[in-house]
Ligand binder design. Structure first.
Ligand code: SF4
Length: 383
């Protein structure tokens, strides 16, 4: 099958080689970070601890935050800084409303699509004087990130970094931002060498479909550059490492799947609606969801189909319900944002990438049934 943008199944077989590459490259990223950006992450952890701003998390999470900052700053700061006036707060709220009010989502998304193109993505970009960030620019770019609805989790984290950077003098800041930028340039080049074969169709897709996404709410999500795919690939691996022990300490497990992995479309699928999403009724033996549901019966996990941009706070531990370990699957462009959101709701989570994207709503005119690597799922469950 021809990949729409990415495919981690080379030669249409399976994605085992990808998982080896992702594991090895993440080791390389951590090693390279230890010589460059990890000391910045550790200083930030000390700052958070000293001022009791949060319970300090694993260092991998802060490394991922710094890589994300570098890549997203490179990708979007020029656009964001060219936007002087926009209904930033209203747009950020609209992105949250669509999660809480699924029935109103189509109307909210219609309005978001227009606002996004009209206010947040100007045709002309202003040239910036310096490629290194200034603190007031970070404030503005974070507002833009939140308003897009695509980078809310990142913005929440970058604002905390911004407070830390506010304690530094200009020479220290310049040094830190130079180090982050050097790391970002290394990551861009090296990740393309390792992951380029899995994202070979992204550029051609961008070239042929930019016009199609104008005025659509998924314009940013579906027009990500190759380096953002690579960031999320490493991000998924870093998150799995950082969240592993919390996940393993849970007694019950649930696998959350996107609707595009079903054999049938929405109209023909016989799944039953429950509070958490949809539960498969097993209408078709060759359906991937049905197979995972059968596996879940044997191995002791539940399977839910959840719509894109669902309210993930449903999964947070409650006084009467102990934490449930969640394995979420989604396409590369949305996985890390979802992982961070689950973390914010204190859900012990792991993730497995969809092997390729193909849903009708966002990616493919007829829709392609997607899949995931069941061996990777089993490895996560058996650890
Ligand atoms: S097997 Fe389950 S998920 Fe698949 S189409 Fe039937 S009801 Fe829907």
């Amino acid at each position: 099958m021809e990949a729409v943008t990415y495919s981690i199944r080379l030669d249409d077989s399976n994605s085992e080689e990808y998982y080896k590459d992702a594991h090895n490259f993440t080791d390389e990223v951590i090693f390279h970070a230890s010589l460059t950006i990890t000391p910045i992450a550790e200083e930030f952890m000390d700052y958070l601890h000293t001022f009791r701003l949060e319970e300090v998390r694993k260092v991998e999470e802060y490394i991922l935050e710094l890589i994300s900052f570098g890549v997203l700053w490179n990708s979007y700061s020029q656009t964001a800084l060219s936007v002087k006036h926009a209904p930033f707060i209203t747009m950020a709220r609209m992105a949250e409303w669509r999660k809480k009010h699924q029935k109103a989502k189509p109307f909210i998304d219609f309005a978001r699509g227009i606002f996004l193109t009209f206010f947040l993505l100007p045709a002309e970009k202003e040239k910036q004087n310096s490629e290194l960030p200034a603190l007031e620019q970070i404030d503005h770019v974070c507002k833009w990130f939140e308003a897009t609805g695509e980078f809310r989790e990142q913005a929440l984290r970058f604002i905390r970094w911004r407070a830390f950077w506010g304690t530094k003098n200009s020479a220290e800041l310049k040094n830190m931002f130079r180090t982050i930028d050097d790391f970002t340039q290394w990551f861009k080049k090296r990740s393309a060498e390792v992951f380029g074969k899995y994202t070979a169709n992204v550029e051609a897709f961008l070239e042929s479909s930019r016009k199609r996404y104008k005025w659509r709410e998924d314009r940013i999500s579906c027009t990500r550059s190759p380096v953002e795919y690579h960031l999320n690939m490493v991000g998924a691996e870093l998150m799995n490492r950082a969240f592993k022990s919390e996940f393993e300490n849970t007694n019950s497990k649930a696998v959350l799947l996107p609707g595009c992995i079903r054999f049938h479309n929405n109209n023909e699928c016989k799944s039953k609606r429950v509070k958490e999403g949809l539960i498969c009724e097993g209408c078709t033996p060759q359906c991937n969801v049905n197979r995972l549901r059968e596996m879940g019966k044997r191995k002791g996990f539940d399977v839910y189909i959840i719509p894109h941009a669902s309210d993930l706070s449903l999964w947070s531990p409650k006084p009467d319900r102990p934490a449930c370990g969640v394995i979420a699957s989604a396409c590369v462009t949305t996985l890390v944002e979802g992982g961070w959101e689950l973390k914010r709701y204190e859900v012990p989570a792991q993730c497995v990438l969809l092997d390729y994207s193909g849903c009708k709503k966002h990616w493919h005119c007829r829709g392609v049934s997607t899949g995931l690597n069941v061996r990777e799922l089993k490895r996560i469950l058996s650890n």
